[in-house]
Design a protein around this ligand. Structure first.
Ligand SMILES: [Zn+2]
Length: 327
């Protein structure tokens, strides 16, 4: 990547008394809280009556606990809403990619994040300031996402940092998919029915799609995976429910199961496959560069470590905390 040049950015620490209508402030408290005249919550732990909510994707750590019965507008992409309805019920306003919506002074655009089906990053404009929140992001995309992540330019970037250390460098997805398929075929040829363990939402569907594409094997899945996979109808996944055919995909952990997760990059087991739904460290650096942002805030995973590394590179960065950042 090219050099990032930090630009000075006026951060006004004590301007709460004379805040204009389009002065923005934000923090990482109840999810990402952003105020600009009014308040919105992104991926809050709990939705609050009357305060609009944006949900970046359907993983449970990004979904408010009370999503099924909250009395406020909840915005999500078509894919995210399809999964959430199936898991929790609830009502959602659909935020389509490449379209903008207005909430009070905010103008909001959703961008595909490439992490799981429906995953979105949000570009939030208010007055002269633009802020982009990546949600969980994967610039490499996958077989069951709308597109690899698209990163717009913004004044401020709030980026995830799940794998924000240099030791996390994922191999090419195609290499991992081929290795995984080869291992499964070998197991079947040896008379075994291999079990693959993967996260319920997103990774299980990637595993099914991989086996569908690279092998002719019949894939069975646990009932819960089948329930979520129904929301993935646009991807035409082929599987049966719990019949233990050639290969079985489950979200439960078994000792003898192959694991499919980015964390497998730290493992030496033959049957651990580092197929990640997240950016690795080097992908994250690309996200930072593409955003062209003058100020970077990090959240999740190695937020502190990643911010420290960015600072060493001369980029203004810090881990986002529950202290308000006032612009
Ligand atoms: Zn996620």
């Amino acid at each position: 990547m090219g050099m990032l040049t930090p630009r000075s950015y006026a951060l006004n620490k004590n301007k709460s008394s004379n805040r204009g209508l389009d002065a923005m402030r934000f923090r990482y408290g109840n999810g990402i809280e952003i105020e600009c005249g009014e308040r919105i919550l992104i991926d809050p732990k709990r939705a609050i009556e009357g305060i609009p909510v944006l949900i970046s994707h359907a993983h449970s750590d990004h979904v408010p606990r009370n999503v099924s019965h909250v009395k406020t507008d909840v915005y999500a992409s078509f894919g995210t809403a399809s999964i959430l309805r199936r898991l929790y019920g609830g009502h959602y306003k659909i935020l389509h990619f490449n379209e903008s919506i207005s909430i009070g002074n905010f103008e909001i655009y959703a961008f595909p994040a490439g992490h799981i089906y429906g995953s979105s990053g949000f570009l939030i404009n208010c007055g002269k300031i633009s802020l982009f929140y990546t949600g969980d992001v994967n610039p490499r995309g996958g077989l069951t996402v709308e597109s690899p992540a698209r990163i717009p330019k913004a004044d401020i970037l709030i980026t995830e940092a799940t794998y924000g250390l240099p030791k996390f460098r994922f191999p090419d997805q195609e290499v991992t998919r081929a290795r995984l398929s080869k291992w499964v075929i070998k197991e079947v040829m040896n008379g075994r029915s291999p079990i693959l363990s993967a996260y319920l939402i997103g990774k299980s569907q990637e595993v099914i799609a991989t086996l569908n594409r690279y092998t002719n094997l019949e894939v069975s899945v646990s009932k819960r995976i089948a329930d979520v996979s129904e929301a993935y109808s646009v991807f035409d996944l082929r599987y049966e429910v719990d019949t233990h055919k050639d290969a079985h995909v489950t979200h439960k952990a078994y000792d003898n199961a192959a694991r499919v997760t980015g964390w497998a990059i730290l493992s030496k087991r033959e049957c651990d496959f580092p197929l990640s739904a997240h950016a690795d460290f080097y992908d994250l650096l690309n996200v930072v560069e593409l955003s062209n942002s003058s100020r970077i805030y990090t959240v999740y995973g190695y937020a502190e470590g990643f911010a420290k590394i960015l600072k060493k590179m001369g980029i203004e960065a810090s881990a986002l905390s529950d202290t308000w950042v006032e612009l």
